[in-house]
Design a protein around this ligand. Structure first.
Ligand code: PEP
Ligand code: MN
Length: 338
């Protein structure tokens, strides 16, 4: 930690800050400049509450140097993590993957048609929500486990992996045979009890960034899962809420290189929720691949306009196929396989 003292700080104030730092268990290195004194604290500061130093008389600001997340930090695995699935598919390596499917699982025909086209386009994952976090309690809430059974059947028929959102601890157990990857939605990014329980599983988790979460908060949430021993976490940028109203959310493309720098975990981009608009999905998907995303998560539906949820941001299957062709060009241009 670094404590910068105010220019007018007195020796007594500086001594009091040094004493407080030593009391917290850190070694203090003092640098006295022409105008300002800087105190560098070296030692275990993860549990030290920095704010208490900010309040001491004479202190200008306090900074943490080491990240508060350890397992998710790049230093833990400098070479990067590849999350491997049962069929050998790896997310986080050289290959850029496609995860696609409807926002909500609705019918058998919908899931089989979608699975066929996702597979044909080269996708490895079929997505589909069965437990839906809807803003309104009167909106379609999802088919639950019978829906996941449909998705499992469609995915197995076409050799695809499944990813679906889990909203509460009680859903984990029944979902285990039906999903290859648990999705934690934006609204649950800080449902710490759910995250801890998923940390006890040995199944990959796709963790979405919260609607108003900072990148550090996303990484701390991934730390909850990893601290239980489940290191197979995939991070997902899905847009954040800003003052801009042209799009449903503001797709933070820059979060992709930032996460890649700070963490070793694979990063997925979801331009569907990131923009909320069918016509903006393709440009943002392409930007995300160019920016280093390890996979694209996109909502598609055979009859997109009639989708039971998120219709406005859902691609028709032919639009999806066109997009995949374009993503292949971008991925190749930035040195990835696709
Ligand atoms: C979804 O994937 O359909 C979904 C609800 O996503 P998010 O949690 O990002 O809103
Ligand atoms: Mn959706």
């Amino acid at each position: 930690m670094i404590v910068a003292m105010q220019e007018k700080a007195t020796e007594e104030q500086i001594d009091a800050v040094i004493d407080a730092m030593v009391d917290s268990g850190v070694n203090v290195h003092r640098t006295t400049g022409a105008y300002q004194t800087i105190l560098a604290g070296v030692g275990p500061t993860a549990n030290v509450e920095l704010r208490k130093f900010e309040l001491l008389p004479g202190v200008l600001y306090v900074h943490r140097i080491t990240a508060p997340y350890k397992l998710a930090g790049r230093a833990f695995r400098p070479e990067g993590t590849q999350v491997e699935f049962a069929n050998g598919v790896k997310v986080g390596g050289d290959h850029v993957h496609v995860m696609a499917g409807p926002c909500s699982i609705e019918t058998r025909e919908q899931m089989f048609e979608t699975a066929k086209r996702v597979k044909a386009a080269g996708g490895a994952f079929l997505r589909g929500g069965a437990f839906k976090p809807r803003s309104s309690p009167y909106a379609f809430q999802g088919l639950g486990i019978p829906g996941l059974e449909l998705m499992r059947e469609a995915a197995d028929a076409h050799g695809l992996l499944t990813v679906s959102e889990v909203m509460e601890i009680a859903q984990i157990e029944p979902m285990l045979p039906l999903v290859d990857c648990f999705q934690v939605g934006a609204r649950n990014m800080q449902n710490f009890n759910l995250l801890r329980e998923l940390g006890q599983m040995r199944k990959p988790v796709l963790l979405k960034r919260g609607i108003a979460a900072t990148i550090e908060e996303l990484l701390l949430s991934s730390e909850y899962i990893m601290s239980g021993g489940n290191y197979d976490v995939i991070l997902c940028e899905r847009g954040i809420r800003t003052y801009e109203t042209s799009t449903r959310n503001t797709m933070d493309i820059s979060a992709i290189p930032v996460l890649k720098k700070l963490s070793h975990l694979p990063v997925v981009a979801d331009p569907s929720h990131g923009t909320g608009r069918r016509d903006m999905v393709a440009p943002m998907a392409k930007a995300a691949v160019a920016a280093g995303a390890d996979a694209i998560l996109v909502e598609v539906h055979p009859n997109a306009d009639k989708a039971a949820s998120d219709a406005a941001q859902t691609l028709y299957l032919d639009q999806f196929e066109k997009l995949v062709g374009e993503l292949r060009l971008i991925a190749t241009a930035v040195g990835r396989s696709f």
